[in-house]
Write a protein that binds this ligand. Structure first.
Ligand code: HEM
Length: 433
């Protein structure tokens, strides 16, 4: 049995499987499109959200991405302007990938960036009760803690009612993070809705995810109420921030480590392609300039394969009594999953060079490799934001390598595992080209 057949069996449309109870640990407030387990509720929410991510809608996001990227390169220019040795400055790219990813998704989902790039700090505003004081919390750290604690409690549901009383700070801090994060969304949605009420004309001109959600209507013609809007905006923040920051950082790492492994085979080709597409005078690449660059896209795909940001098996519940796979019968209630990391690192699928960064393998994929490449999952619960993700990654990585020379300053990429796989750090030397 080919391992890739498992993806279709477990995740495809029409198999009747549900997201497992695991996802209940991710709900704060009311369930959102990512963590609802109810099929009817999901179909309604997915329709609304998918509309916000149609190719036409996504094009309108470019202005917001460009503004944030302009601030980002302003900060990288500042860092590069203080070289330590041979004209290069040393920096950890990981936090800067977090700042840009958070600011972009904050801008798209809440109508304003969090200001992390500007401050150069992991800091967002949160409000723990509706009329409580506005506090500052570390956004990326909060999100990671929340992913780790929710994944753990998703696997150990009997601990959930007591988790906040457990002395281990993993749980107490993790649960505090869930509340902080809900507070981040509440305050951001409230600010935006209040501003919309005050200045309707001005807000109408802003095309972003929140705008789409505010204007959307359910099948009965009623708009989403504030608690549902908050949950959906929070879902976008969670789904679209550390996924993009972890993936962009990993792609940058793998491009640089691939160049170190086989000098002259990666960076010069990438920079030549970018130099041809993006004029010297352009600080931030436009989507039109980067969206069809074949080598950049192969580098992104190969980086996503090797890192596998969504690495773990996304659990699905068997809902029929007649499901068999590879001649084995799985009773109703069995939880099944196919971890993307395993598929992405299988030498049976990718060959003996599976652990090497070789973007050109994407020039001639076998059918098994096409199916096994699964960074955004598959079927009705696959990533609804993948158009946005690919656009953002191309803009971040394309802009970065067009503007700077980078050298890798660490031996390997350590990562930590929560719901998504996060590079711990990524030390590079940087200089303006
Ligand atoms: C490189 C970046 C990204 C990766 C690797 C990624 C990956 C994934 C994966 C694997 C899933 C399935 C999760 C599951 O079944 O539990 C998913 C779902 C989802 N993603 Fe993404 N994602 C990325 C970026 C984004 C962005 C930028 C957004 C929004 C702006 C987004 C919004 C969502 C939503 C809303 C879902 C839930 C879909 C549903 O259940 O119908 N993602 N993503």
């Amino acid at each position: 049995m080919r391992p890739t057949k498992g993806i279709q069996a477990v995740y495809a449309h029409g198999n009747g499987f549900l997201k497992d109870h695991f996802y209940e640990a991710f709900v704060s407030g009311v369930p959102g499109v990512f963590n609802t387990r109810d099929r009817v509720q999901h179909t309604r929410k997915r329709k609304i959200v998918a509309h916000a991510f149609s190719p036409g809608a996504v094009n309108a996001f470019e202005t917001h991405m460009a503004e944030n990227l302009r601030r980002w390169i302003g900060q990288l220019d500042r860092i590069a302007a203080a070289p330590e040795r041979d004209g290069y400055a040393k920096m950890n790219m990981m936090p800067w990938c977090s700042y840009i990813a958070f600011d972009i998704i904050g801008d798209l989902a809440f109508g304003a960036p969090f200001g992390m790039v500007k401050k150069g700090r992991d800091e967002v505003e949160t409000q723990l009760s509706p009329n409580g004081p506005i506090l500052l919390a570390p956004g990326a750290e909060t999100l990671n803690r929340r992913g780790e604690v929710s994944s753990t409690l998703g696997l150990l549901p009997s601990l959930r009612p007591f988790a906040k009383y457990l002395p281990d700070p993993f749980f107490t801090k993790g649960i505090q993070s869930v509340q902080n994060l809900h507070g981040v969304a509440s305050i951001a949605v409230a600010k935006r809705l209040d501003a919309t009420e005050k200045d309707n004309a001005q807000q109408k001109q802003r095309h972003d995810i929140l705008d789409m959600l505010v204007k959307s209507k359910g099948p009965d013609g009623t708009p989403m109420q504030r608690d549902e809007l908050t949950s959906e905006a929070l879902t976008q923040l969670i789904a679209g921030s550390d996924t993009v920051s972890n993936t962009s950082c990993a792609i940058i790492y793998y491009i640089l480590s691939g160049e170190r492994e086989a000098p002259g085979t990666i960076l010069s080709r990438l920079q030549q392609e970018l130099d041809t597409a993006i004029p010297d005078s352009t600080a931030v690449a436009s989507h039109a300039q980067v969206k069809n660059l074949p080598f950049l896209r192969r580098c992104m795909d190969e980086g996503m394969r090797l890192h596998s940001t969504s690495a773990l098996g996304l659990p699905r519940l068997v809902t029929s009594s007649s499901f068999s796979f590879s001649s084995v019968h799985f009773p109703m209630g069995t939880v099944l999953s196919v971890p993307s990391y395993t598929l992405h690192h299988s030498s049976a699928i990718w060959g003996p060079d599976v652990e090497s960064f070789k973007p050109d393998r994407f020039l001639h994929l076998t059918e098994a490799q096409k199916t096994a490449f699964n960074p955004f999952s598959y079927g009705p619960r696959a990533c609804v934001g993948q158009n946005v993700a690919i656009m953002e990654l191309a803009l971040i990585v394309g802009t970065l390598f067009r503007r700077y020379d980078l050298v890798l300053e660490q031996e390997k990429l350590e990562s930590s595992e929560g719901f998504s796989k996060k590079p711990v750090e990524c030390w590079v030397s940087i200089r303006r080209r």
